[in-house]
Design a protein around this ligand. Structure first.
Ligand SMILES: Cc1cc2nc3c(=O)[nH]c(=O)nc-3n(C[C@H](O)[C@H](O)[C@H](O)COP(=O)(O)OP(=O)(O)OC[C@H]3O[C@@H](n4cnc5c(N)ncnc54)[C@H](O)[C@@H]3O)c2cc1C
Length: 421
């Protein structure tokens, strides 16, 4: 059992690590928001070219390696996989110290550490956990989620990518779509159909695959904001060893649910770095001031409404996250966290559009105006990623509020028999 330092001892250890490895934030560069100063970038998705992206990944990996090598890579994780086995309170201490320093952006690890790693921990064989988890937390291995297909998004269990057994291996053929970060991922968590004769939720199996293996082809998809953060991924006779299976054969639905619940937790609770990605309310207050609207009672009221929405979501998320952090699995209520995030992002988009008017539509070079277009064009993607708003409302209705189940083609639809004929 590793040592368990007190919170004060741990804070000293973390502070010493940051002092030795990172620059402290300062008033000039990182002080309170000032209109017209600093980076004018509100994009929600990566808009950089591949060379810039590669450099940023190298910097992010270097940072994670330093953290890991200092014993701070996985604060709450099991020691046998490189974790420190400390409490959530220790993790909060780490995060609060980190907030005082400048570190490279590490969003490249979000899917791997937020969704794939918890699924590997829950469902993989021990030697597969030992092979990947330490490297994932050290930043050496980046993970991707290979779930959605052209004909299977909300209805994920309808997926068609096939995995067929061949001795000690499986052979995968098919196509996935919208795979975030597939262009730089080293491994992927994939759900495949292994028995087409079983009811659709029952014939699925999960695997960990090598994204660089022969038989994997990644093609970028360009989004309306200009970048290409997502991809189509094609599989042609990709061979995967059976020991890389996640859970039992044909038990892939529960593997997928582990990932999806962690996905909603990480999207909802992460909220893109404060107020859905805009930082804090100062940007909105200063925008009103800049355009002479800060005394206008209607704008003031709308700003207060937007701010209150994010605050309520923040406290609700904290309650849900505390439950997870005290050892309970993320539950359906986390759908609420993701739903309120996107609702608040829509509210802040509407507010900015009202303040900026035509400045939103043309890039005149004026600081703090056209950059909002990137944010506003990214919000619809946020409403779809990790479960659409409509699907999350259905989950909340049925699984949290206990409302009657909605009729569905493969559940209790009164039209079920009619549709079969
Ligand atoms: C930014 C982004 C990142 C993504 N990253 C990944 C990734 O890394 N890996 C991955 O596997 N996938 C990823 N996805 C895909 C995402 O999971 C799917 O887009 C999502 O599940 C919706 O599926 P779909 O696009 O097929 O839409 P559909 O499921 O076809 O939905 C179309 C419309 O029908 C509505 N609808 C569907 N079913 C119901 C219902 N039962 N009741 C009411 N309305 C319904 C939906 O709300 C939606 O408005 C990403 C998507 C986005 C936008």
């Amino acid at each position: 059992m590793p040592d368990s330092p007190s919170l004060a001892e741990f804070e000293s250890e973390v502070t010493a690590f940051f002092d030795a490895n990172a620059e402290r934030k300062d008033e000039e560069h990182d002080g309170p928001f000032k209109w017209g100063q600093g980076k004018d970038d509100l994009s929600l998705f990566e808009e950089v070219d591949r060379d810039v992206e590669r450099e940023a990944i190298v910097a992010a990996q270097g940072w994670r390696a330093k953290r890991y090598d200092a014993g701070l890579g996985w604060i709450t994780g099991p020691a046998q996989y490189g974790g420190r086995e400390l409490s959530q309170a220790h993790e909060r201490v780490y995060n609060s110290v980190e907030g005082r320093y400048r570190v490279p952006p590490t969003s490249y690890f979000g899917i791997g550490l937020g969704m794939v790693a918890p699924t590997i921990l829950a469902h993989a064989q021990d030697h597969v956990k030992a092979r990947y988890l330490p490297k994932m937390y050290r930043g050496d291995v980046i993970g991707a989620q290979l779930f959605s297909e052209p004909g299977a998004g909300s209805d994920l269990a309808g997926l068609q990518t096939r995995a067929e057994r061949d001795g000690d291996e499986w052979v995968i053929n098919g196509q996935k779509v919208w795979t975030s970060g597939a262009q730089y991922a080293d491994i992927g968590e994939i759900i495949c159909r292994t028995d087409p004769d079983q009811p659709k939720h029952k014939g699925l199996t999960g695997f960990v695959i090598d994204m660089k293996a022969p038989g994997v082809e990644v093609r970028p998809l360009r989004q309306m904001t200009g970048g290409a953060s997502f991809n189509e991924v094609f599989f042609t006779d990709l061979r995967v060893p059976d020991d890389h299976r996640l859970g039992d054969v044909n038990a892939g639905w529960s593997v997928a649910l582990t990932t999806l619940l962690n996905e909603r937790a990480s999207i909802g609770a992460g909220s893109g770095g404060g107020m859905g990605g805009i930082g804090n309310a100062a940007r909105l207050i200063e925008m009103l001031r800049h355009f002479g609207l800060d005394r206008d009672p209607v704008f003031r009221q709308e700003l207060a409404k937007v701010y209150a929405g994010f605050q309520v979501a923040k406290w609700n998320n904290q309650r849900a996250m505390d439950k997870i952090k005290s050892g309970q699995a993320p539950g359906p209520e986390l759908s609420g966290a993701k739903l309120s995030l996107t609702k608040n992002m829509q509210a802040v988009s509407a507010f900015a559009a009202k303040v900026l008017g035509p400045r939103l539509m043309a890039d005149t070079g004026e600081w703090g105006t056209f950059s909002w277009a990137q944010f506003i064009c990214g919000v619809p993607g946020m409403r779809v990623a990790g479960g659409t708003d409509e699907v999350l409302r259905k989950i909340i209705g049925e699984q949290v509020l206990g409302l009657p189940k909605e009729p569905g083609i493969d559940t209790t639809s009164p039209f079920k028999d009619l549709l079969k004929n």
